[in-house]
Design a protein around this ligand. Structure first.
Ligand code: SF4
Ligand code: SF4
Length: 122
């Protein structure tokens, strides 16, 4: 799969010493040039999606392989307060499906546990 960098959205992570993607990539594949993220060796990417999830500008996405998407759709992520919103994006950048994964458990209820009602025996 291939990491796609939307250079319109990438701001190079502003004044950070390292871009979030540079910091996160286990293969050290990112560097910045002219304030934009670049990928050093795309073929060394092992599709861990770490960069996609961490980018604060949602500038990164991964192109799905032919076996999954003949139309070259891409998966992009956007960090939300309580989880990650995954977007399936077509070639033109239009979001065609969204899936949200909650990564926090709900706070426990203050109500005492209610026992399930027993069914009446006939
Ligand atoms: S994390 Fe996103 S905004 Fe920051 S340098 Fe990488 S691609 Fe650009
Ligand atoms: S998907 Fe993983 S290995 Fe590939 S560029 Fe992103 S962080 Fe690096």
């Amino acid at each position: 799969m291939t990491v796609h960098i939307n250079t319109r959205l990438c701001n190079g992570c502003g004044s950070r010493a390292e871009g979030c993607c540079e910091e996160m990539c286990p293969g050290d594949l990112f560097y910045r040039k002219n304030g934009k993220a670049c990928l050093r060796e795309p073929s060394d990417c092992w599709d861990c999606f770490a960069c996609v999830k961490v980018c604060p500008r949602a500038a990164l996405s991964i192109e799905l392989p032919f076996q999954i998407s003949e139309a070259k759709h891409r998966l992009a992520a956007r960090l939300k307060k309580n989880g990650i919103e995954w977007n399936l994006v077509d070639r033109r950048g239009t979001v065609i499906a969204t899936y949200i994964i909650q990564n926090k458990r709900e706070a426990p209820s203050s109500e005492p546990n209610k026992q399930p009602k027993k069914e009446k025996q006939p």
